[in-house]
Design a binder for this molecule. Structure first.
Ligand code: PYC
Length: 315
């Protein structure tokens, strides 16, 4: 039996289109200040066990995304945030920013209007709209490589674009797979193989893979399946993934500036995206994503050193 008093961590859970976010609001380690990018490095090197304790089993699951509130360095920001998952850290997280927005609104920490938030990859803006939805103005996004051919063992050649939108994506539009929830195991298997091939064939930075197909709802422009870095699939349409799609559509001249793009997830939940050019010649866009989230738990996590799985099950 441990004599150390268990540590208590206050969290608020929400889901955005089915994808969970767990915001840590109290009991987190002190990361020492500085920019949020600098605080992420301290989190990664000194407190990675805390990440695992919050999101991994037995308290969390492979699909859980954590959000650690930290002091922003930028004085114009309402908050700083570091997003993390079952295997590490995210640059940005669109569904997580929407979850963070409804969480802060529930706690009375933000009112309707615009709120700047510092992330490790730049400042984003979360707008709490009068109807309770959140619009996220994401970091500048661009396509790095068009129509990259990769040889995927067991699948043959797959062609896709590489794009940055706060995380790195490989986006595949032409493929034989049906984007249906009942096929999640097959979709996970193929996107995992694609990711490994993309990583070994020139793009080691890519850690998300997206398959696109036609929307199922009449008004949807597209449906996607998004594989996240730790092999869980995104239940939402993925905010950074939808931003990456907007950057590719813009670069191909397939979607006009300011035109709404309805992106469905594999569950049928949706984000509405649009973009504006930042630098047309360089192909850099400012994407915006609107979605809704629902708070579904407020809890205190108990971190008891006497618990053999206090720091989560790490694979
Ligand atoms: O919504 O950007 C997103 C996201 C990234 C990973 C999971 N969700």
């Amino acid at each position: 039996m441990s004599t150390t008093r268990p540590r208590m961590v206050r969290v608020v859970d929400s889901h955005t289109g089915g994808e969970p976010t767990r915001v840590v609001i109290d009991g987190a380690p002190d990361l020492g200040g500085g920019s949020v990018a600098e605080q992420l490095e301290v989190f990664r090197s000194d407190f990675d066990a805390f990440r695992s304790a919050v999101v991994n089993e037995p308290r969390g699951s492979d699909v859980m995304v954590g959000a650690l509130l930290v002091p922003p360095q930028d004085p114009t920001c309402a908050a700083g945030v570091i997003f993390f998952n079952n295997v590490g850290y995210l640059g940005m997280c669109g569904h997580g920013t929407i979850g963070l927005g409804v969480t802060l609104a529930r706690l009375g920490r933000i009112q309707p209007g615009n709120h700047r938030i510092e992330t490790p990859v730049g400042v984003v803006t979360a707008t709490l709209n009068p109807d309770g939805s959140i619009t996220v103005a994401n970091v500048p996004s661009h396509r790095k490589a068009k129509q990259v051919r990769v040889d995927v063992p067991g699948l043959g050649q797959v062609v896709g674009d590489v794009a940055w939108a706060g995380n790195w994506f490989f986006l595949v539009g032409e493929h034989p797979w049906k984007l249906e929830l009942s096929r999640v195991e097959e979709l996970t298997d193929v996107t995992w193989r694609i990711r490994q091939a993309v990583n070994s064939q020139g793009y080691p930075e890519v850690d998300h893979v997206e398959l696109f197909g036609p929307g199922v709802a009449k008004d949807a422009d597209s449906r996607n399946f998004v594989l996240c870095p730790g092999k869980a699939y995104d239940r939402s349409p993925c905010g950074t993934g939808t931003s990456a799609k907007l950057a590719c559509l813009a670069a191909d001249g397939k979607l006009a500036e300011g035109t709404p793009w309805i992106q469905e997830s594999i569950l049928g939940s949706r984000f509405v995206g649009e973009y504006h050019w930042i630098d047309r010649a360089a192909g850099v866009v400012a994407p915006k994503i609107t979605g809704t989230a629902h708070v579904n738990a407020e809890a205190r996590l108990i971190l008891d050193e006497a618990d053999p799985f206090c720091w989560g099950i790490r694979t």
